[in-house]
Design a protein around this ligand. Sequence first.
Ligand code: WT7
Length: 573
Amino acid sequence: MNVSWNCIDKHLESSADKTAIIFEGEQGDTRHISYQQLHDDVCQFANGLKARGVSKGDRVIIYMPMTPEAVIAMQACARIGAIHSVVFGGFSADSLRDRIEDASAVMLITADGGHRGGKIVELKSAADKALSSGCESIKDVVVLKRSGHEIDMKDGRDHWWHDVIEGQATSCEPEWVDSEHPLFLLYTSGSTGKPKGIQHSSAGYLLNAVVTNLWVFDLQDDDIFWCTADVGWITGHTYVAYGPLAAGTTTVIYEGGPVTPDAGRFWKICEDHKVSVFYTAPTAIRALMKFGDEFPNKYDLSSIRLLGTVGEPINPEAWMWYHSVIGKERCPIVDTWWQTETGANMIAPIPGVTATKPGSCTRALPGIEADVVNEDGDSITEANKGGYLVIRKPWPSMLRTIWGDDQRYVDTYFPKFDGRFYLAGDSARKDADGYFWIMGRIDDVVNISGHRLGTMEVESALVAHDRVVEAAVVSRPHEVKGEAIVAFVICKGERPVQDEAESMVKELREWVGEQIGPIAKPDDIRFADGLPKTRSGKIMRRLLRTIARGEEITQDTSTLENEAVVLQLQGKE
Ligand code: WT7
């Protein structure tokens, strides 16, 4: 099979002229790309990749703005059997380098820059920085001209996208691959300091991508589907780049930020392009809700018939606003639980079939055996009693392994229950109707604006700074982002106080932004002479969480090795 054939060629006989992609740039430029045009563009670029020596099984990194070319690049890789790994454009040069090196990628596809929040995202200069600090496996860099500003091009290594496709044929026989051939790697955070390359298959991945687009989003021939996720996340793979196309839908791609030029942008796009199915994250809903009803009320949202959410549990206030102000109380809301690892929606309602309850992702989709079990792996039958969320049987789009590290795959997802179940890493409960309610992560993973980050990743970034000796990172609830990062830091020499502490906080925030990306910048950094540890030397994370939330300490701190630091961390000394 070939994934690109299934997303594009399959539709050419019946709907070559149907719009596959509606694109809107942040500055208002728009483009409609038909299935035929998409076919031609993907083929040309695929031929261009082949001409540069990329072949089946090679890894290709995609570090691009949200433009149709990002999807074209992904589809072109799929067409020739190359394995792509998209790196979110908001990740730093260092994060990009780590992913290139872990995947031993031969090519990097990027752009001069993209438009976001009224600014230019300097993708090429970040790429140059990544490549200058390693990445020996990279032979070629392909650069899309998007922002049009001045950038450096390195002779022999860097090639403009338009030169790469110059003179290439608009047809390209797909590389027929085994159903298990890896389609892509996508790096995500876990409990350790190093992100892991989640490896997905071709046929199984695409199967769940298609059926969930059809079942959960109920896609009909005349639907206009807009999933606001960036292709740098799994949601942008399954519900932008692959699933909707495989289902033959028209899908919207928007390049920019949600409040540019103002908080009505999403709703204006819905009106202008007659979006009928809209899928976004609770954090975006909360952020836009804060600007008030007048923004959505300025636009005609009558084309919308179905709403979806993903990424974290949706709080009742945000659900109500989404339901009444956006959905005008007539659109069902599908709350979809899934993960980078699961490839597609796992626990989610089927509109018209499953009655919804605000805050619950409802029931597992057909073929998915989700359950909540206790420490012994026994199914919890008592209503509303929390436990481990597990999947009892493999499903087509489950991850196949962690790239280059089969043992870490086994250790991470099958550490309990004699390896009988897939351990999702979430805690959950089931109510008396058998509906699932996700309660949060059980590992050291935090969810910032629907993006997953390992607390150890942020800790490693902090201790990589010259002045930092030790760091502990926890999260606290945040009104818009869901969770925010709080870092407790021990510095070399005297503990920074007052002005010095203030400038040190600034410096460390920037530092973490450079090491990982802006989303990982701690909201709050506190300094002390030591961290609260038990006599056996374990950091008391529960106590740190209490301090981070400003709650009253109820834990017994008298057994602490160094009780005084608690006052320092609370800012009382
Ligand atoms: C984690 C996976 C899947 C795309 C977005 C995130 C949390 C995801 C929900 C939901 C409650 C949710 C879980 C999960 N999560 N969807 N509908 N309700 N929690 O993908 O970065 O792989 O993160 O996001 O904690 O484990 P991801």
